[in-house]
Unconditional design. Structure first.
Length: 372
């Protein structure tokens, strides 16, 4: 049982919470409070400061919008370099230009390409020579002027030179460039897209081993939007869930493609990739946008007013009706809080009667009883 001073302190807290002066002691029936809860008579006046509701399930609360940035889709992007060292002669594109597959991007003057041309020409000439030698050997064999082994040797030399020519031609074809003679070749677009990065200009020396590509192009009809979602807001968000993306140019819809399984240890956020169509080019790479995630509505959650959830040390609780007139705190695990409501991930099942208003007063009375 409470002492008289504890009882009056609890009743005074009730009156202050209600925004009125404390009623005379004679008009109140004293509640019975202990460390496990509070018992009130059915006609106790304290009930007018409490509201009891029934827990119900409903659609999950949507997380608050989070900042995000637009990235290129790696599957729709290509890096462009030079297959041979040389000096850039001319550049026909600029950052932001749209190109089609096979369009000329820039030309390179290369001594190495001259050597490749020379090697191919020599291999072709050697094939011609060995072809004539083999034909001559067969003629002499018919005249019985040479042995058959000489013909076999000539045929072997011819086949070897043909293989060398094939290798030289394949090497040139593998460069995927277009020659214009005198060691000049054009680097062409490997796919249709937009030039999103250009690191080449006339006169600079270029090599295949360069770390950064000379140009990067990407098909911007689809882009990725990378968002950092607070750890507490990621629950209920699934791959393929709908997403609303808001940019300076307008809004559009996307869907979740990937959710990281790791939480950033400093920011306590989870990286989420959103894929969005971008044929209208509203989303520009490197631009900042705002993302609103839509949790899976097919998985309802229990929601209660914010005032129903009270903090007990390091945990949270909701007062439930354990028996007629008996109100006891039950540990719960809150989820999102928004628009005056709190999701409860654990601790309260649908159909349970709980205190939706006045829970803080009950907690104060339990804490006072625990101190006695």
């Amino acid at each position: 049982m409470w002492s008289d001073s504890s009882t009056k302190a609890g009743l005074l807290a009730l009156a202050v919470l209600a925004g009125c002066s404390a009623p005379p002691d004679a008009e109140l029936k004293t509640p019975i409070a202990d460390a496990q809860g509070v018992t009130l008579a059915s006609d106790a006046p304290q009930w007018k400061y409490l509201t009891v509701a029934v827990a119900e399930e409903g659609p999950p609360l949507a997380p608050l919008p989070v900042p995000a940035h637009v990235e290129l889709d790696p599957r729709r992007s290509s890096a462009v370099g030079t297959p041979l060292p040389g000096r850039v002669e001319s550049v026909l594109v600029r950052a932001g230009s749209r190109v089609q597959k096979g369009d000329k991007l820039f030309s390179v003057k290369s001594g190495a390409y001259v050597e490749l041309d020379k090697d191919t020409a020599l291999a072709r000439a050697q094939v011609n020579v060995n072809d004539r030698l083999a034909a001559r050997a067969r003629e002499l064999l018919e005249l019985k002027a040479v042995a058959e082994k000489d013909v076999l040797a000539a045929d072997a030399q011819l086949e070897e030179s043909r293989l060398a020519l094939k290798a030289a031609e394949s090497k040139q074809r593998s460069l995927a460039v277009t020659a214009e003679g005198d060691g000049l070749f054009w680097v062409r677009a490997p796919r249709a897209g937009t030039i999103v990065d250009l690191g080449v200009s006339p006169g600079i020396e270029v090599v295949p081993e360069r770390e950064a590509p000379l140009a990067r192009l990407s098909d911007l009809d689809e882009v990725l939007v990378i968002a950092d979602v607070p750890e507490n807001d990621i629950a209920g968000v699934t791959v393929d869930a709908g997403v609303t993306i808001k940019s300076q140019a307008g809004e559009k819809e996307g869907f979740v493609e990937y959710i990281s399984e790791v939480v950033d240890p400093r920011r306590r956020t989870v990286e989420v990739w959103v894929r969005a169509g971008n044929a209208d080019r509203l989303l520009r790479p490197n631009g900042f946008v705002e993302v609103s995630l839509h949790p899976d509505a097919s998985k309802p959650v229990v929601k209660v007013p914010d005032a129903a959830v009270v903090t007990r040390g390091t945990s949270n609780a909701v007062f439930v009706v354990a028996a007629p007139g008996r109100l006891e705190p039950r540990s719960v695990r809150p989820g999102r809080r928004r628009d005056g409501q709190t999701e409860l991930r654990e601790g309260l099942t649908p159909g349970t009667r709980f205190v939706s208003r006045g829970a803080l007063l009950l907690l104060n009375q339990v804490d006072l009883a625990s101190d006695l």
